[in-house]
Structures are given as structure tokens and as C-alpha cells.
Design a protein around this ligand. Structure first.
Ligand SMILES: [Zn+2]
Length: 332
């Protein structure tokens, strides 16, 4: 359902993604705000602030990108690098039914002794940025990958869309720790994503084989280029407080930035922190091991244990009940 924007719609915007379209410029976009989602992700871990900032940025990108794809099961973003932060992984699970929230989970692995005093992105070295889409059983998973470049994960994501998808894409993100009079210090993130509508893609063939790194502006020409540049200049005027909220509603922000471009909004998608791990899945992943292998994994206390990297859930199982020779499977 689409609606023309009414100023100051009173809706709780935190932990939601608002899709919009600029009719005047063939550009679609998203405004996302994360609060409780980040709390849910970060309280499971005890990351240093630099790592928390990277995880917050990735989670925000995941919410924005996840909502642009019709995700029936899972969209994942991954940064793998040779830097102090070796890996940041996020998953976005599409809503199971209309009106249900999408769920996001995330984790990072890093070498604490290699973290420096520099910016969060300086902790990420040479490596790659990947997007994977898994639409569930029977569907071939999709994966696209680009080298890490630029000065932020958002810049890497922009390069990914330009090079792998030929979609001119822009992110303007803000994230940080905030505190109100009645609330403790906690992470918030907010951002705007702009994407030129796919009909720009026939131009993407230009420059093929040149080996040049494509940027968003290489993909649009003529009137489309003018539209893209004009809307980007408008987005350049946004400030961190407008992005991160909560004092300004996303609808008010869109009117402030793009009133001349006829912004139109669609139903907002709620997002929540959520993990898909379960004892059944742990048993499934152990079902490929023989009794001998299971014996090697068994602790001195006589248990097989597993911890979820995403949500820190701890699974503690009877060795006799796991593996392909277990009582559980052999009795079937
Ligand atoms: Zn979990």
C-alpha cells in the first residue's frame, strides 16, 4: 500500500525500515532506524566499542538491503578481512507472514591485541564484502562478492551494488552511543539508502571489459544522471541527528530532504533481533559425525556442547543422543 506523506505521522519508527520512492526521479529508497535490535545483538557479546560500531553499521546495512529484496528465508552480509576484525557476519530473515517483523542477527570475530586507536573501518584490512541470498529449500543460493574498498562498510556496499548488480546505490548512515534523561547509554543507528530503479541497467554495459572500477555515477547518463546527482546533493544536506533520530520522524525527514521530488512511502517493515539457532539444528549439524568423532568432541564432564556465535545460546547434549550412530537415529 502506498500513501502520500502526511507530516508528523505518529508511529513508532525505531526498529523499522520505511520504503519510499521519489516519483520525480525514478529513485527508490529506505529509511531505517535501529535501537532495540542493536541492544539485542550487542548485549550477547562484550565487544570493544570499535567492533560494536562496525557491527552496528553492518546491522543497519542489513536492515536497509534486506528490505529491498523479497527475502523468503535469509539474506546475509559478510565482511572477511586480514585486519584486526577478521569477520563480521549478519543475517536478515524475511517476515514469515505479512505484518510479522523481519529478524536480524550479527556477530564479529577479531584479534583484540591487534585493535588500534584509529577509526572503526581501520580495523578492517584487505578483504572482501559479500551478499548471500538463500530463499530456502529447493532454491539455489545466490552470492555476490567485491573487494573491500573505500572508507566505510557502507562504501564497500555501494561499490558492491555498482559492480555486481549494476545498481547505482547510495548510503548515508549514522550510528553511535546515545543516552536520554531516563535511559542508559546504548547504541542507535539510522540511515537512508537510495537506489536508482533497475531500468537504468541497460547503460551498465558501457565500459565493459575496461577493467575500470564502476561507481554509481558511471551507471547513469543524461536525464537519469541529472536526477541521480540532484537527489544525492539533497541527501548530502542530511545531518547525523536527522538520520539517527528519534526526534525527527522518517516521514518528516523525507519531506525535509525531497519535497520537490514527490516522495511516496510504503508500509514500514518492523525488524527485531532474532536468532534461528535451535537444539534440533545443532543435532542436525552433528548428525554427520560417527560415534568415534562424537567421542572426541565429548567434554571431561561427558557432554557434547555447542555455543551459537550469534546469540551465545549454549547447547549441552548427551553424546549418546547425537551423531549418525546415535540411539536417537538408530532407533528410527
Ligand atoms: Zn543463536
Amino acid at each position: 500500500m502506498t500513501t502520500d506523506i502526511q507530516p508528523s505521522q505518529k508511529i513508532a519508527w525505531d526498529d523499522s525500515v520505511l520504503p519510499f520512492q521519489l516519483d520525480g526521479a525514478d529513485i527508490r529508497g529506505r529509511v531505517a532506524r535501529l535501537d532495540g535490535v542493536l541492544e539485542g545483538i550487542l548485549r550477547q557479546h562484550n565487544y570493544p566499542p570499535l567492533v560494536e560500531a562496525l557491527v552496528a553499521e553492518m546491522a543497519l546495512l542489513t536492515a536497509l538491503i534486506g528490505q529491498t529484496v523479497k527475502v523468503r528465508w535469509k539474506l546475509s552480509l559478510q565482511v572477511q578481512s586480514k585486519g584486526a576484525v577478521r569477520m563480521i557476519a549478519t543475517d536478515y530473515y524475511g517476515p514469515e507472514a505479512e505484518g510479522e517483523p523481519a529478524r536480524i542477527r550479527a556477530y564479529a570475530s577479531y584479534d583484540a591485541d591487534r585493535l588500534t586507536e584509529e577509526t572503526p573501518f581501520d580495523q578492517v584490512g584487505e578483504g572482501y564484502f559479500a551478499i548471500m541470498i538463500d530463499q530456502g529449500e529447493g532454491m539455489t543460493p545466490y552470492q555476490g562478492i567485491t573487494p573491500l574498498e573505500g572508507k566505510s562498510i557502507a562504501a564497500c556496499a555501494e561499490a558492491y551494488f555498482a559492480q555486481s548488480e549494476q545498481l547505482p546505490t547510495r548510503f548515508s548512515l549514522s550510528f553511535g552511543k546515545s543516552s536520554g534523561p531516563d535511559e542508559p547509554e546504548h547504541w542507535r543507528a539510522g540511515g537512508v539508502m537510495l537506489q536508482h530503479m533497475p531500468k537504468a541497467s541497460p547503460f551498465a554495459a558501457k565500459g565493459e571489459g575496461s577493467g575500470d572500477v564502476l561507481t554509481a555515477t558511471d551507471l547513469v547518463h543524461g536525464e537519469e544522471e541529472e536526477n541521480w546527482n540532484r537527489v544525492n546533493i539533497l541527501l548530502d544536506t542530511v545531518d547525523d541527528l536527522e538520520l539517527i533520530g528519534p526526534s525527527i520522524a522518517p516521514t518528516d525527514l523525507l519531506l525535509r530532504l525531497f519535497s520537490q521530488e514527490t516522495p511516496r512511502v510504503f508500509d514500514a517493515q518492523a525488524v527485531r533481533f532474532g536468532c534461528s539457532c535451535s537444539e534440533d539444528k545443532v543435532r542436525q549439524s552433528l548428525s554427520i559425525y560417527s560415534a568415534k568423532d562424537i567421542e572426541k568432541m565429548t567434554t571431561d564432564e561427558g557432554r557434547v556442547t555447542a555455543d551459537c556465535q550469534f546469540c551465545s545460546a549454549h547447547y549441552d547434549l548427551d553424546p549418546a543422543s547425537v551423531g549418525f550412530e546415535s540411539e536417537a537415529t538408530s532407533s528410527e
